[in-house]
Ligand binder design. Structure first.
Ligand code: ADP
Ligand code: 5GP
Length: 200
């Protein structure tokens, strides 16, 4: 029987480098895929609908909640974000490891519904470096950057339920760590008990 994939939840402050690290790891493995979220946030100049996010209006977002189409959802800095359930369930059944890049409130909902999920928190080496990265990325106004730094500090205080912390100093090292965690999680004894039963 085909092994089910793992649900891998990645959180961390905006600007920590989650997308950078996740997309490096995705480029290196064909057993990992990425769940595209729905959001009411406006697309950034380089973002494409259906690639970074499904960009929807508030009405459609509420409809997705009402129809139970979202695995989890949350509000983050005045915008709403949610994970479409169908894609995640289908890919896990097919044996793919599915990465969710979601903030802490949504991650907690997943953790409570699916305790087997692998919970990973990505941090920059320091809050000063976080500010540098947000300024360099150039996608947020100074006001939005301040809001994201305030939210980052709140997220650190709430991030008590993660299994792993990746410090994204060097992005290649961080991507290697992410890949190593996924590999190791497939080796846990609980998933391999069938090999101990083969005693002939
Ligand atoms: P997030 O997805 O967590 O919001 P991004 O992946 O968009 O973060 O990264 C934020 C900014 O920091 C981007 O400009 C990215 O190129 C840069 N960045 C990511 N990882 C590193 C790193 N290890 N060192 C330096 N800059 C980085
Ligand atoms: P950004 O606006 O920078 O793309 O994302 C802001 C925050 O929303 C990030 O912390 C990101 O992880 C989170 N996020 C993205 N998609 C989802 C989602 O589907 N659900 C939840 N709960 N958070 C999400």
């Amino acid at each position: 029987m085909k092994k089910k994939g793992k649900l891998v939840v990645i959180s961390g402050p905006s600007g920590a480098g989650k997308s950078t690290v996740v997309f490096k790891a995705l480029g290196e493995r064909d057993d990992v895929c990425f769940s595209i979220s729905a959001t009411t946030r406006k697309p950034r100049p380089n973002e494409v609908d259906g690639r970074e996010y499904f960009f929807v209006d508030l009405e459609r977002f509420q409809e997705m909640i009402d129809n139970n189409e979202l695995l989890e959802h949350a509000e983050y800095v005045a915008n709403r974000y949610g994970t479409p359930r169908a894609y995640v369930e289908q890919k896990i059944a097919e044996g793919m490891n599915v990465i969710l890049d979601i903030e802490v409130q949504g991650a907690r909902q997943v953790y409570e519904k699916m305790p087997e999920a692998i919970m990973i928190f990505v941090v920059p080496p320091s809050i000063d470096e976080l500010r540098n990265r947000l300024e360099k990325r150039g996608t947020d106004t100074p006001r939005a950057i301040e809001a994201r730094l305030i939210r980052a500090r709140q997220e650190y205080a709430e991030a008590t339920f993660y299994d792993y912390i990746i410090v994204n100093d060097d992005a290649d090292t961080a991507a290697d760590e992410l890949s190593a965690i996924i590999t190791a999680e497939h080796c846990v004894a609980a998933d391999r008990m069938e090999y101990l039963k083969d005693t002939d």
